[in-house]
Design a protein around this ligand. Structure first.
Ligand code: BG6
Length: 485
């Protein structure tokens, strides 16, 4: 058999990814307003259901605002990056990071979302962070909105249901592009834009109990995000000529449960309903299969004149996505269901799962990379991947997370294979390089990091940072540009 040598590109962006609401803390410091994430309660495992962990009701908002709530809101605390960013960035630099993904907490810049002028202290904070990254030649990759819709917009317009939110978002985008034009080149508009139809509160600051027709409302809100993302892309290209805007999708690959054509068709349809978001953002129009879906489900997207042209004209420069797992599709309701990132599906007997039931499928990453590249022919960027696991600190202070190394190694190997298949891949950002608050469960004990943070689910701990075995492993991976796995 002949040999085909594959290497990672020289300028490959190795690094890690975070979100403001999961790391910063300091939720009411220096003029920051409240955001959607600040209302998400910690729910102990035995009380948690798929719905109560991520969706919030008007009643919960009232309780939180009353000041009489006995609940904990871990995303208000994060891992204290706001105060420790210098120490944290030094740790990333020690691992040799080429890129670091973070989001700007929108309500730090516009406390209510609809304010006329930005909050200088908020802008200054990110200047400090970008300056610190520049000291170590770490490229910032910035998400404009990672589940952080300002609460003011929820109050006034029910978040992204209101068309007005588009203008407020575009003003915010223009403000940060102008301020950071010499510091940030890579941007993303909405994190995992497909979350809107799964958890409208998380994705769009929407209180579904306020809507007569919540299904209609969430697709309308999504349309507003599509338009807002395109308008932000337009602004970015005007303000930062070499700036690059990416869309961001939670890739959720579905395999047919059996070779029965009805299952194959079902998997195809479920994959399409996930690709829909990227079809709009990369190809610039609503695909026909969604027009059919809208008609069959009595959904009517209200568009303004010019919306279609905006979507067509200002498409994204690259496609970024998160990848954690794959699921099975079946027409038959039988079969064991497994948990997952935003989504669950049938259990695959060929795969193992994490302690949270997310199925581990490195080859699925190669499949996703090939599918996305075949479909769009645009550069791809893996901006999240990793294993959420319980870690144990040994008596000598070491943390032997060989399970995490194994997970990452297998995914990086498949990523390399995909590059060999011809995929144009810009970089790889592992999720949560320094332990952070879990998005779906608000736990600290669901850890992704190369660096351990001493804090537990009840919020107790010194916040000390400790290097895990994976820290030293990832450092070697980066230094060898992916050769030493
Ligand atoms: C992605 C999100 O869906 O998955 C992140 O963009 C999130 O915000 C990550 O943290 C991992 O999910 P979880 O629920 O384990 O934190």
């Amino acid at each position: 058999m002949g040999q085909f040598i594959v290497q990672f590109p020289k300028d490959f962006l190795w690094g890690g990814a975070t979100a403001a609401n999961q790391i910063e803390g300091a939720f009411d410091v220096a003029g920051k307003g409240l955001s959607a994430a600040d209302f998400i309660e910690y729910i102990p495992k035995h009380e948690r259901t798929k719905d109560n962990a991520m969706e919030i009701t008007s009643e919960q908002i009232r309780e939180a605002l009353s000041g009489e709530s006995f609940r904990r809101y871990p995303k208000r605390e994060g891992n204290d990056f706001y105060h420790r960013y210098k120490e944290d960035i030094a740790l990333l630099a020690e691992m040799g990071f080429k890129a670091f993904r973070l989001s700007i907490h929108w309500s730090r810049i516009f406390p209510n979302g609809y304010d006329d002028t930005p909050n200088e202290a908020g802008l200054q904070f990110y200047d400090n962070v970008f300056n610190e990254l520049a000291k170590y030649n770490i490229e910032p990759v910035v998400t404009l909105s990672h589940y952080e819709t300002p609460y003011g917009l929820t109050e006034k317009y029910n978040g992204w249901v209101g068309r007005e939110t588009i203008n407020h978002f575009v003003r915010y985008a223009e403000t940060v592009f102008t301020r950071y034009k010499d510091k940030v080149k890579y941007w993303m508009s909405f994190n995992e834009i497909n979350i809107m139809t799964i958890s409208p509160y998380t994705g769009g600051g929407i209180l579904s109990d306020k809507e007569k027709n919540p299904v209609q409302a969430k697709y309308q809100a999504l349309h507003h995000q599509f338009v807002a993302s395109s308008l932000a892309t337009k602004k970015l290209h005007e303000i930062v000529p070499d700036g690059k805007m990416g869309c961001m999708l939670a890739s959720m690959i579905h395999y047919p449960n059996t070779p029965n054509p009805v299952d194959v068709l079902k998997a195809k349809q479920e994959n399409q309903s996930n690709q829909f978001y990227t079809d709009v953002q990369a190809r610039g129009e609503y695909p026909k299969y969604m027009k059919r879906f809208f008609a069959e489900n009595d959904i009517e997207i209200v568009k303004e004149t010019g919306d279609d042209e905006i979507l067509k004209q200002y498409t994204v420069d690259y496609i970024s996505f998160s990848y954690y797992m794959s699921v099975l599709s079946s027409e038959s309701p039988e079969g064991e269901v497994t948990e997952g990132n935003l989504h669950n599906g049938l259990k695959n007997p060929y795969l193992e799962a994490s302690e949270w039931g997310w199925q581990i499928d490195p080859i699925g990453l190669r499949v996703v990379l090939n599918e996305l590249y075949d479909r769009y022919q645009l550069p791809l960027f893996i901006v999240e991947n990793g294993l959420g696991a319980y870690d144990r600190v040994e008596t000598d202070g070491s943390i032997h997370d060989d399970y995490r190394i194994d997970y990452l190694k297998k995914h990086i190997e498949q990523m390399k294979e995909a590059i060999g298949d011809g995929v144009d891949l810009m970089g790889y950002l592992a999720w949560g390089p320094i332990d952070l608050v879990s998005m779906s469960t608000s736990e600290m004990s669901k850890r992704y990091g190369f660096v351990y943070v001493d804090k537990d689910d009840e919020g107790i701990g010194t916040l000390e940072r400790i290097r895990k075995d994976s820290f030293f492993w990832y450092k070697k991976v980066i230094a060898s540009n992916g050769e030493a796995l």
